[in-house]
Structure formats: C-alpha cells, structure tokens
Design a protein around this ligand. Structure first.
Ligand SMILES: Nc1nc2c(ncn2[C@@H]2O[C@H](COP(=O)(O)OP(=O)(O)OP(=O)(O)O)[C@@H](O)[C@H]2O)c(=O)[nH]1
Ligand SMILES: [Mg+2]
Length: 201
C-alpha cells in the first residue's frame, strides 16, 4: 500500500490563464476565497507534503504555508515544466499533481491512483473522467507518478517536446476512470467560473 505521507501533492498554478484574460487563475475569488484554496482543501488529506507551482505572485501563493516553486524556464511552456520543477523539489517516492482550477477534484484521487499503480507496477497513473454521455476523457494533469521519473522527464524535455500525452506514452502508465462527471469541472473562462459557483450554492 502507498500511504499518503509517501506522496507529495503538487498543485499546478503556473499557467498563463489566457482564457481568463491572463490573470493569475489560482488567485481569482471562488466563493469568496482564492481558487487554489479549494484545491488545497481537497488535496491535503490525500498527501503528506504539498508544493505549489506558480510563476507569478509568488508571495501571494506563499501565504498558504507550502513551498512555492517556479518553472525553471520563464516561458510558460506547459504543465510538464511544472511536473519537472515538482519532481526536483520532491522528497517522497511519489508525487500527485492537480491543477489549481478544479475545486471539486475527487476526494479519493490519490488512493485510487495509488491502488492502480501497485496493481500493475506502473510508473505513472492518470485520471480519466466519464462524461454524462458515456465518453471517457483523459485528465492527464491529475496524475500520480513515481518521483524517480525525474530523469525520464528531463530527457523528454531536452528533446524539445512538451506534449504531456507523448511523455506518458514513453512510460509504463495506466489510467483510472472516475464516474463523477463534476469532479474534474474546471474554470477556464469567466463564464465557467460563474457557472461553477452557481452549481455550488
Ligand atoms: N508550471 C506550469 N503550469 C502550467 C503551464 N501552462 C499551464 N499550466 C498548468 O496546467 C494546468 C492546465 O492548464 P490550463 O487549464 O490550460 O491553464 P492555463 O494554461 O493557465 O490557461 P489558458 O492559458 O487559458 O490555457 C493548469 O493548472 C495550469 O496552471 C506552464 O507553462 N507552466
Ligand atoms: Mg493552457
């Protein structure tokens, strides 16, 4: 069994948030609190240490009392840059990633991904969601990985590739399908923010 204290949680808040008008998405108010707080609340019982990956407003993220780490390169090259920064800062054998903009992320995300990891001796296990119409979608930024993948990710990024699914294909990976259609609801636009707030009340 993988215990929660063997897992570092990495919350990804390092994107440009262009569809949100370029403001720092993790800091926008969601039901009166910075959006990232909902992700922290959902994740904290699922992991031991927690890290926040952000590239702007570092002091504002730091008030949550978790280390804030930046991408190595300041060019917003995508979530794998955040994974890389996280793996370098991690002191546990496993790392669980989630984005900062999914306030309903599953409460059993870590435990179910961990069970699958051990079942098949996988290197990485990501979540997938089953939508209301029955379609299954990969949710690759919700992902549990062994932290010894650091070298593999470095080699992949050195090639100049940034595509998350192409890195996953190089690994022994698996996925777990979650049936809760709301669990991966995320906030990309002001309209989505409003709709998700309304769904909460
Ligand atoms: N560290 C890091 N994380 C990123 C980067 N780009 C996206 N992410 C994160 O990856 C997750 C999924 O990305 P998106 O939902 O597209 O967020 P985004 O890229 O900020 O938003 P858009 O600019 O509107 O695409 C979010 O948690 C982002 O914070 C990046 O360049 N570096
Ligand atoms: Mg994006």
């Amino acid at each position: 069994m993988i215990s929660s204290d063997q897992i570092t949680g990495l919350i990804l808040a390092g994107g440009r948030a262009q569809r949100m008008g370029g403001i720092d998405k993790g800091l926008i108010p969601f039901l009166g609190k910075p959006l990232i707080e909902s992700a922290i609340t959902r994740l904290k019982h699922q992991v031991g240490p927690m890290l926040i990956n952000a590239n702007r407003n570092i002091t504002k993220y730091a008030i949550h009392s978790h280390p804030v780490i930046m991408d190595e390169t300041p060019d917003f090259s995508g979530p794998l840059a955040g994974f890389s920064a996280g793996l370098k800062a991690c002191n546990t054998p496993y790392m669980l990633t989630t984005p900062c903009d999914s306030p309903l992320l599953p409460k059993d995300l870590g435990s179910r991904l961990a069970a699958e990891m051990l079942r098949g001796d996988f290197e990485l296990v990501y979540a997938s969601s089953k939508e209301a119409d029955g379609k299954v979608w990969a949710q690759p930024v919700f992902c549990l990985m062994r932290t010894n993948l650091n070298e593999s990710l470095e080699a992949f990024l050195q090639k100049g590739d940034l595509k998350i699914d192409r890195w996953f294909k190089e690994l022994k990976s698996s996925t777990v399908v979650f049936d809760d259609t709301q669990a991966f609801a995320n906030v990309n636009t002001p309209e989505e923010l409003k709709a998700l707030e309304e769904a909460f009340v």
